[in-house]
Write a protein that binds this ligand. Sequence first.
Ligand code: ATR
Length: 285
Amino acid sequence: MKTLYMPIDRYAVFGHPIGHSKSPRIHALFAQQTGQLIDYTARDVPADRFAEELQKFSDGGGKGLSCTVPLKEMAWHIAQDKTERANRAKAVNTLVIGSNGKICGDNTDGAGLLRDLTVNLGVSISGLNILLLGAGGASRGIIDPLLAEKPERLIIANRTLAKAEKLAEEFSGLGSIAVLGFEALTGKSFDLVLNATAASLSGDLPPLPEGILNPGGVCYDLAYGNQPTAFVRWGLGVGARLSVDGIGMLVEQAAEAFFIWRGKRPQTCPVIELLNKERGQANYT
Ligand code: ATR
């Protein structure tokens, strides 16, 4: 009797460090939910081994990769074909490996944030005064999709002003965007404050003056953790209507990648709810 051999399509997330990545769990839940047979693992890959490990993964029949810190910019350089949104972000978080070995890059981070904000949290961006903290890779990936929603104004504040200025210049044709140093924020107020600095990762908080959040305002930290970040706690302390971390964005960007790879769109809310339950947090109140 012949045994039917069904190869399982292989995917992975590469990054460094990668130990606490929730991506394998998220993709396993998506696969279960949509009836897809896939294998998705996490691999610790530092920048100096990225090209070599990617080649090995591709040679071994790998179908796609998620790329996280510190590999997103490098992935953008390596990908042979790139989507428009990846080119605007100059970073890639999703790679598709074609049957001919051709590597295509996309960036689903901005779409993930927007979906979490607008669909899951019900925050309409149009007409809002937005403050974006940070001018690194995380900010670069979300400016374009934020401006596409036509906010009243987007202000970027960064410790190193020159970096924010460069970023604002790059995206200036897409909407109302300006730059301020943290000290110049005194006396200004915003409806939505997004934290895209790396401060949360070390338990720090950018220096934010009092009165910066309008009544009924929303705070969103792109970082996430098993405990509320310093920025999420700050938001709750200054009376935000909502002050949440980026767990929803993480799940949404993964869902978008899953759709690119498998052509199936998983339901994200049950996955977000499960992850929140597991870490003992209710993100959506
Ligand atoms: P990423 O790709 O995650 O955005 P990055 O490119 O290193 O990482 O950018 C990190 C961002 O966090 C930068 O805007 C950085 O400010 P500088 O450009 O002045 O370095 C910001 N950042 C990091 N630690 C911070 C802190 N403790 N307070 C305020 N901003 C901080």
